[in-house]
Design a protein around this ligand. Structure first.
Ligand code: KIV
Length: 280
């Protein structure tokens, strides 16, 4: 089966078809996302927070992204899989970026990579695209710069920062990015950028006017019952369902209610007699 390509994603914007995108980190999330009809799965460095339990995405390494990307690629057939370039794996200089993007593509066979940054990273994007590496850009709130921003805050609310985000959007399109994530920017700014750009904009906390939306698997399913960012919608209470099931399992084991005969296999009486003789 032929996988969805970056051209198919771009055609969706041209046809006015909204694009759902989701993160995936393992075989389960990848399988469930693809079965639900998600055309583009991102092996996001958000794994640093939702899988590894860090406070930010900064500790995630290239090796970890490659490892999880290999799993997600293996578990899917149709979706376009995008591998996220982690903190400082592409910003030292463009040679470093090229070498690391090449590793991610070759070792995991993702169909595209994503990196954070606008105008300043555009020359690197251009080099990658010329070398045959499809790039999705990511502007607005770029989580790898959380310490520079002083928190996960909405970006582009004033004139100067809004202008910079517009320049970033234009620069990544001109450099050849096939799409751009707009994270935590005001809805009106996201609408403006979506209308002006030819490439699809994929919003997260960027309002309803983007060409598509991306959500973190765990946020969408409510896997952390005590946490849900404002920009995400919790479509299920899966964390609670799972917690209740686990409590029931613990209780049933303690009460000798699990396993039952139905969950066990049996052997014939003559073999049991044989075994008893062995003990003697
Ligand atoms: O790492 C990630 O999951 C992301 C998306 C939230 C866009 O970058």
């Amino acid at each position: 089966m032929m996988r969805i390509t970056i051209r198919d994603i771009q055609k969706m914007k041209a046809a006015g078809e909204l694009i759902p995108m989701l993160t995936a980190y393992d075989a389960t999330s990848a399988y469930l996302g693809e079965q639900a009809g998600v055309p583009m799965l991102l092996v996001g460095d958000s794994m640093g927070m939702v899988i590894q339990g860090h406070q930010s995405t900064i500790p995630v390494t290239l090796e970890q992204i490659i490892y999880h990307s290999q799993i997600v690629v293996r578990a899917t057939e149709k979706a376009l899989i995008i591998g996220d370039m982690p903190f400082m794996s592409y910003k030292v200089n463009s040679d470093q970026a090229m070498q690391n993007a090449a590793r991610l593509m070759q070792e995991s066979e993702v169909g595209a990579i994503k990196l954070e940054g606008g105008e300043f990273i555009a020359p690197t994007i251009e080099r990658m695209v010329q070398a045959g590496i499809p790039v999705m850009a990511h502007i607005g709130l770029t989580p790898q710069s959380v310490n520079q921003f002083g928190g996960f805050r909405v970006q582009g609310k004033d004139k100067d920062t809004a202008k910079q985000i517009i320049c970033d959007a234009q620069a990544v399109q001109d450099a050849g990015a096939f799409g751009v994530v707009l994270e935590l920017v005001p809805a009106q700014l996201a609408q403006e950028i979506t209308d002006k750009l030819k490439i699809p904009t994929i919003g997260i906390g960027a309002g309803p006017h983007c060409s598509g939306q991306v959500q973190v698997f765990h946020d969408l399913l409510g896997l952390f019952p005590s946490f849900g960012p404002r920009h995400s919608k919790q479509y299920a209470d899966a964390g609670k369902v799972m917690q209740d099931a686990l409590v029931q399992y613990v209780n049933e084991v303690k009460a000798a209610q699990f396993p039952t005969v139905d969950n066990s296999s049996q052997m014939s009486q003559d073999i049991i007699d044989e075994i008893h003789r062995l003990w003697r």
